[in-house]
Design a protein. Structure first.
Length: 223
């Protein structure tokens, strides 16, 4: 197995693991206060805990796209969609298996944490698929125009477009259509999630350059 093949497996592993994790925990919303130094006044933001691991997905998507092209990202995206579906199906059957009387985790506790409604599953899969395909399409189009220059533009530009669609689709299908959230709640959480992802996309740009440096040295090393 060549170094480039080993690298692809490693990058894909990080991509798949964090994408599945984000989808599984996405139903939990947390609130934190944004310091006044970032805006005119202190602001409260409501975010899905899934956004905490999305930076890793952003980095892996851009790195795979840079070194393996659209085909490489498409392959790992399709694999992730299949595996997310598998995880949800497996959790469904596990949730319908009754816990023993002496089990430390009851049926109710298990289903509160892992029980995911159909709307959330559908929303997650649709949003992930559309968002990822938009991401690598925009990334590829920008690369055709910039060549190997302006990596920051490809990385940030693709995230700006893809996450706008991803964020609003998943929350709308998962929480608005079933009537769990009002439209104002949806807009508030979706907007907070989207701007968080934009800030992270900018913040991780130096990390992407650093990862590129490591990979370039790894692929050049013949030892």
């Amino acid at each position: 197995m060549s170094r480039k093949e080993k690298l692809y497996i490693t990058l894909a592993g990080f991509f798949v693991t964090n994408a599945i994790l984000a989808e599984m925990v996405g139903g939990k919303i947390f609130t934190f206060q944004i310091p006044a130094m970032l805006f005119w006044q202190s602001t409260v933001a409501n975010l899905s805990v899934g956004v905490l691991v999305w930076p890793v997905v952003f980095i892996m998507t851009d790195v795979i796209n840079e070194y393996y092209g659209m085909a490489g990202v498409r392959r790992v995206t399709l694999l992730t969609i299949v595996l997310i579906s598998y995880v949800f199906v497996a959790l469904y059957f596990m949730g319908n298996t009754h816990a023993a009387s002496f089990s430390a985790i009851s049926d109710e506790n298990f289903n509160v944490v892992f029980g995911t409604g159909q709307s959330i599953i559908i929303g997650s899969l649709v949003a992930f698929a559309v968002g990822q395909f938009l991401d690598f399409f925009v990334f590829h189009q920008l690369k055709l125009r910039t060549g190997h220059r302006h990596l920051w533009l490809r990385a940030t530009g693709s995230t700006v477009v893809s996450q706008l669609v991803d964020t609003f689709i998943v929350l709308y299908i998962a929480f608005v259509l079933p009537g769990k959230w009002t439209y104002s709640e949806f807009i508030a959480v979706a907007t907070s999630n989207y701007f968080y992802k934009l800030l992270i996309a900018v913040a991780v740009t130096p990390v992407i350059y650093f990862v590129h440096l490591i990979i370039d040295n790894y692929l050049k090393d013949k030892t």
